[in-house]
Write a protein of this length. Structure first.
Length: 290
């Protein structure tokens, strides 16, 4: 019988997860010019976003190294795992996970690796790994776990509202022209992490307050017919506002199985900036045992 271990990269937000887990996290590095910091080791979210708001440099990130992944696999192997499921950030946001299995597999001994394209990021990604861990503990086989995770991803969605477009412009998510016009016109785009795991513009709203309100209504409306929903409110240095949205979800819905509030990990925040608010949901209707 296979014993399954779970790995996710730091984009998953699992280092800040509002639930308990034993998932191994591969670390990403953040670069402020010539200074290199390991996410979750050398810098944590609060300090990162405080710096981001004052440092004129726009940071870059580097994916976990092959050795870092091998080290995490070895930890799980020493715990008796003979199969590892790895949950990287969407391959349409980073190529890190795309050919990972082919690269890693020849280096492994007595353990198999399956890479699951989450088509997601932040705690939306992390929650899928969390579910996989719970299923593994219950004794589900690898293929069944992967099938359930893929189904959950198809019954989920996430939006976020950007306060400052410069990070998205710098990282190629918006064109320089459209970004500049947006800043001048005070446009606040509602961005969506779509079913392919890409960031797209859902709508453009005139003010930040209206964008947050519209994001809330979109999220609640899309999940209103479901019976069992995990809602997530994600933020970058906006905890009070995130908590207020979470309370509003609890007040206005009858189907909230869980409402999680969590910071967005610096690895992702480096690409979207500070003062972000996001909302997401995952529908659990098909799985009473979750």
């Amino acid at each position: 019988m296979k014993k399954i271990g779970i790995i996710a990269d730091s984009s998953s937000g699992l280092a800040y997860a509002p639930f308990d887990h034993t998932i191994q996290i591969t670390k990403t590095t953040i670069h402020f010019g010539n200074e290199t910091l390991i996410d979750g080791v050398d810098i944590l979210a609060d300090a990162f976003y405080t710096r981001l708001e004052t440092d004129p440099q726009i940071p870059k990130t580097s994916a976990p190294t092959i050795q870092e992944i091998l080290d995490q696999v070895e930890i799980l192997k020493n715990r008796g795992c003979n199969h590892v499921l790895h949950f990287p950030i969407s391959t349409n946001l980073s190529l890190y996970g795309k050919n990972l299995k082919q690269v890693i597999e020849p280096l492994l001994e007595d353990v198999e690796l399956t890479v699951v394209d989450t088509k997601s990021a932040t705690l939306m990604q992390g929650y899928l790994a969390y579910v996989a861990e719970k299923l593994a503990v219950k004794g589900y086989d690898v293929q069944t776990i992967v099938n359930i995770i893929n189904n959950l991803r198809q019954h989920s969605n996430a939006y976020f509202v950007v306060d400052d477009l410069k990070y998205l412009i710098k990282n190629g998510r918006l064109s320089q022209l459209s970004g500049t016009v947006g800043m001048l016109a005070k446009i606040k785009p509602i961005l969506q992490l779509d079913q392919t795991g890409r960031i797209i513009t859902k709508e453009k709203v005139r003010t930040h307050h209206k964008a947050i309100s519209r994001m809330f209504n979109l999220t609640i409306s899309e999940a209103k017919d479901a019976k069992k929903v995990v809602y997530m409110v994600l933020h970058t240095n906006r905890l009070i506002d995130a908590l207020a949205i979470a309370e509003k979800i609890k007040e206005q819905t009858q189907n909230a199985h869980e409402v999680y509030v969590s910071t967005i990990t610096p690895t992702v925040g480096a690409h979207i900036g500070s003062k972000i608010l996001g909302m997401g949901y995952i529908i659990l209707d098909d799985y009473d045992f979750l």
